[in-house]
Structures are given as C-alpha cells and as structure tokens.
Design a protein around this ligand. Structure first.
Ligand code: SF4
Ligand code: SF4
Length: 192
C-alpha cells in the first residue's frame, strides 16, 4: 500500500524576515548571562555567598572535570588470582555490543580445565558508544570499564585496544606502528 506523503511548506513571516530582532535578542540573553555570572563570581571573591553557584569553567585539557564514581570509561580485561585471563571467549559481549566493535578470536586453552580462551580480543574504540552492555553481559566478570577516560580524542587517534593493552600488559599502541608503516609506504611511492 502506498503511503500518504504530506508536504510541509515553511512560509517565513515578518518576524523571521526582520532577523535582526532575533539577533539582538540572542545577544541580550548572552550578555545577561555573562553579567549575572560575573556578579556572582565577584560576590564570592569577597566572601559573599549567594544561594545560586556561579557557572564554573574548566580549563580543559590542562584541568579535567572530576569524574563521577559511576563513570564507565576505558575497558579492561580482568585476570584470576593465578594470573590467567577470566575471559572464556563465550562471545556474549561481542554479540550484545550494539556498535559491533568487539572482535574475539577464540582458541583452545592450554589449561585442560578450561574449554576456550580468546586468542585475540580487540575493541575498536572509535566505534564504541560506551553503553556498558559488554560489562553487563559478561557472566564471569572478565571485562570492566573503569574510571579512566579513553584517549580517543588525542592527536594519535587511538584505534584498536588489543588484548595485551586491555590486560595492561603493554602500553604499546600497535596502531601507531601501522600508521608509521603506512606513512613510509606513501613516502616511498611519492619518492619513486
Ligand atoms: S561499551 Fe557498549 S559499544 Fe562499547 S564495546 Fe561495550 S557493548 Fe560495545
Ligand atoms: S569478556 Fe566476558 S562476555 Fe566477553 S567473551 Fe569474555 S567471558 Fe564472554
């Protein structure tokens, strides 16, 4: 069955035509906030505290905003007391991930009492929406998200968190090596 399509036309009136009125209204609101805020800060500077706190600006990235204790930041893979990985490569986290950013390659564990373990465990963190579903889904508490901000907005453009990186065994970021290799290839092509 064909769906009915409704066309909506926008006919700007006099108020939209005289946009200067709206521009001036916007400037008035911005300046009012600025003056009121400065006034509250000045009062506090002289020890006069008002009920309403003045707006606070953080000088990011030098000064970071305090993180809430329920913040779920960078992922981490946990280990047992004997140092072995908790993860059993059950694939639940990979299945539930709405962003399709977890990739696990299961392998046979050298320990006969364990069926499987992840030979590779990678999180494509640029795709991650930090929903925490992977942590919720894990039946053995093998993956956690801690009070660490993922450095995904840095200049290096972090791409993949490898198993070793998630286990904290290395601080090496393999993608930096891959980027350098790609840059070498481009330079070689340009020189030839
Ligand atoms: S936090 Fe959400 S999006 Fe990110 S890896 Fe876990 S399940 Fe996927
Ligand atoms: S981290 Fe947890 S949910 Fe994900 S594969 Fe390992 S055991 Fe399964």
């Amino acid at each position: 069955m064909q769906k009915k399509v409704t066309n909506i036309t926008f006919d700007p009136g006099l108020k939209e035509d005289i946009y200067w009125a709206e521009v001036l209204r916007g400037l008035w609101i911005t300046n009012r906030h600025f003056v009121v805020n400065m006034w509250r800060h000045t009062l506090r500077m002289f020890g006069v505290k008002t009920k309403i706190r003045p707006a606070v600006t953080y000088q990011y990235p030098e000064e970071k905003r305090p993180i809430h204790h329920r913040w779920r930041g960078r992922h981490r893979l946990t280990v047992k007391q004997n140092g072995a990985m908790r993860c059993t490569a059950c694939m639940l986290c990979e299945t539930i991930c709405p962003c399709d950013c977890i990739h696990i390659v299961p392998g046979e564990s050298p320990d006969p009492s364990i069926e499987k373990f992840p030979e590779q465990f990678t999180i494509d963190v640029l795709r991650c929406c930090f929903c925490g579903y992977c942590v919720e889904a894990c039946p053995v508490d093998a993956i956690r998200m801690d009070l660490i901000e993922p450095e995904i907005t840095g200049y290096t453009r972090d791409i993949l968190f490898t198993k070793e990186f998630l286990l904290g065994q290395t601080k090496d970021r393999p993608w930096e090596k891959w980027i350098a290799e790609e840059e070498d290839k481009v330079e070689a092509v340009e020189e030839s």
